[in-house]
Every structure is written in structure tokens, then in C-alpha cells.
Design a protein around this ligand. Structure first.
Ligand code: PBG
Length: 326
């Protein structure tokens, strides 16, 4: 035997020397939830270890993120009042816009401040867009509301907006609106290949989601692979700066396809269900929690993601700072 691949696995140092993919804190984004009228953080039962934040505790969290050297924070707002159009979404004093301003004030340029740009947290029916008389989600009129939302988020101090509603043409409409409003430098991270996934289950509790039914008329069918490239290339043509695949861990083929097809940075969102499954099985003592977290994230990197959104961002950044190999 001339070739013995095991030679390069003989010690931790040897394995480290030849490792192809590494996690880096600067490539991680922490999704965070802020709730209107909340006095102190509240545990999310379905996501052990993740909390809904008050404006104050969100400020502290943002500082911790900057200190830990992670790349960004992605903010989701949970309003006290909802209506059919989700008008709290573009209200200057709405909870999400207040949160953006608070976080931007705290961290300045030390952390990329990202805002979720979607109506589902703000509508009383829980859909990502407005509905017609038959209850169908209307595409183009919804885009106009996304544009208002994105402009208000830029005004509040967001560095990047993140349209997640999967309406056709949303990126182009938002890009034009930002440019016309004097925000040409605000970036867009597009949820490009976002699937109608059961893995978003725990997130429903995190944002107190009002949805009955599902999002299958706008989010992608999990049975489709090639379609992810149609969606992604459209978003790039419309002006997306970063494209995203979501969920991540069960969609590594999609991450790899997208990576091979584009030259812009690719993000992948390790969603609530991916998080909670590992937490749940680790809590029963059936797996090594830290190993599974590291392995799940490394696999997403290996598939081709440059940027990873994960609820473990802060914890993983601290592990990396301690020099642990994940
Ligand atoms: C909707 C949105 C969802 C998530 C992020 N943005 C839920 C959905 O599309 O149903 C899910 C994130 C997660 O599960 O962690 N704008």
C-alpha cells in the first residue's frame, strides 16, 4: 500500500494541519427575537436556551455578540398589536425599528445589523403578505409593503435588510425603493431558496405566530432542487448582495448547488427545528451536544455556505475563542 490516508489522521495536530473547512465566528449571524412590552427575557419552550428579548436585554445581547466577534445579528420583532396589513412593520416606532436603532446605537460598526423584512410577525393572519378576498397571498401589493418596511428599517439604522417572504420580484422592488430613498449602501441578504419546511415549527412560538394553514403557495416545495437556482439567479439579477438557502442541514445539496452557480456570498440558515432537535436529543443524554453542534455547522460550511445563521452563534464563537476545535 503506497497510499495510506490514515497517515494524515494520526494526531490532532496532523488533522488540524490538513483540515479543509473551518468555522469562524465572523461568518456567523445570530437570529434574535425582540418582543414589544416585555420587561425581562422570556424562555422559548420549544427552543431551550433561546429567549425572547426586551429592548434592554437585546442591547446586552448585541454587545455580547460584538465582543464575541460574530459577524452579525438578525432581528425579528414581535409586536403587541397586529392587523391585516402588518402595518407595525413599517411604523417608525414599531418594535422592530426600535430594536434596530437600539442595537445600532450599541454596536456601531462592530456588528452587522440585519433586519428581517417580512410581514408575518405583524399580520393578524400570520401570512408573509396581504390577502385578497379569497384568502390568497397577493404578490405585487405585498412587495410595495416590503419596500416600505425595508426603507423604514434602513432609516432606523439597519446595515442590511433580509427579505424572507418569497414573493416574486421582492428583491428588485426593495432595491429600487432603498436607492430612491437614499439608501444605496444598505445591503440585501435575500432568502432565495426558502422551502416550505416543517423545521420552522419551534420558530412559531418564538414570534407568537398567528398562522393557520401553511405557506406552500409562496415558499418552495421541498421536492424541488433545480428550482432553487431559478429563484437564486433571479434574486441576484434583481440586486441581492447575499443569497440564502433555508433550512440548511437537510438542504446541503441545495447549498452546494447554489455555491457552484453563483459568485456572491452564500448564506445558510440553520433553522429552529434543526436547533431544537439537537438540543432535545442532547438533553436526553443520547448524543454529545458540542460535537453535534460543531458537526452540523461544519457540514453546512463544507457544503459551501460562507455565512451561517444559527441560534448557537454566540456559544460557538466563545468555543472558538477558547481554541476548541469543532
Ligand atoms: C418568516 C420566517 C420564518 C423563519 C424565518 N423567517 C418562518 C416561516 O417562514 O414560516 C423561520 C426561522 C426558523 O425556523 O428558525 N418570515
Amino acid at each position: 500500500m503506497r497510499r495510506r490516508p490514515r497517515r494524515l489522521r494520526s494526531s490532532a495536530a496532523m488533522r488540524g494541519l490538513v483540515r479543509e473547512y473551518h468555522l469562524a465566528a465572523g461568518h456567523l449571524i445570530l437570529p434574535a427575537f425582540v418582543v414589544e412590552d416585555l420587561d425581562s427575557p422570556r424562555e422559548i419552550t420549544a427552543m431551550p436556551g433561546v429567549r425572547q428579548h426586551s429592548l434592554d436585554s437585546l442591547r446586552r445581547l448585541a454587545n455580547a455578540c460584538a465582543e464575541a466577534g460574530i459577524g452579525g445579528i438578525d432581528l425579528f420583532g414581535v409586536p403587541a398589536q397586529r392587523d391585516s396589513r402588518g402595518s407595525g412593520a413599517w411604523d417608525e416606532n414599531g418594535i422592530l425599528n426600535q430594536a434596530i436603532t437600539a442595537v445600532a446605537e450599541e454596536v456601531g460598526d462592530d456588528l452587522v445589523v440585519i433586519a428581517d423584512t417580512c410581514l408575518d410577525e405583524f399580520t393578524d393572519h400570520g401570512h408573509c403578505g396581504i390577502l385578497d378576498e379569497d384568502g390568497q397571498v397577493v404578490n405585487d401589493a405585498t412587495n410595495e409593503l416590503y419596500a416600505r418596511m425595508a426603507v423604514s428599517q434602513a432609516g432606523a439604522g439597519a446595515d442590511m435588510v433580509s427579505p424572507s417572504g418569497m414573493m416574486d420580484g421582492q428583491i428588485g422592488v426593495i432595491r429600487r425603493a432603498l436607492d430612491n430613498a437614499g439608501y444605496p449602501d444598505v445591503a440585501i441578504m435575500a432568502y432565495s431558496a426558502k422551502y416550505a419546511s416543517g423545521f420552522y415549527g419551534p420558530f412559531r412560538e418564538a414570534v407568537d405566530c398567528q398562522l393557520t394553514g401553511d405557506r406552500r403557495t409562496y415558499q418552495m416545495d421541498p421536492g424541488n432542487r433545480r428550482e432553487a437556482l431559478i429563484e437564486t439567479l433571479l434574486d441576484i439579477a434583481e440586486g441581492a448582495d447575499i443569497v440564502m438557502v433555508k433550512p440548511a442541514g437537510y438542504y446541503l445539496d441545495i447549498v452546494a448547488d447554489v455555491r457552484a452557480a453563483v459568485n456572491v456570498p452564500v448564506a445558510a440558515y440553520q433553522v429552529s427545528g434543526e436547533y431544537s432537535m439537537i438540543e432535545a436529543v442532547a438533553a436526553r443524554g443520547w448524543v454529545d451536544r458540542e460535537r453535534l453542534i460543531g458537526e452540523s455547522l461544519t457540514s453546512i460550511k463544507r457544503a459551501g455556505a460562507d455565512v451561517i445563521l444559527t441560534y448557537w452563534a454566540l456559544e460557538v464563537a466563545r468555543w472558538l475563542a477558547e481554541g476548541r476545535s469543532l
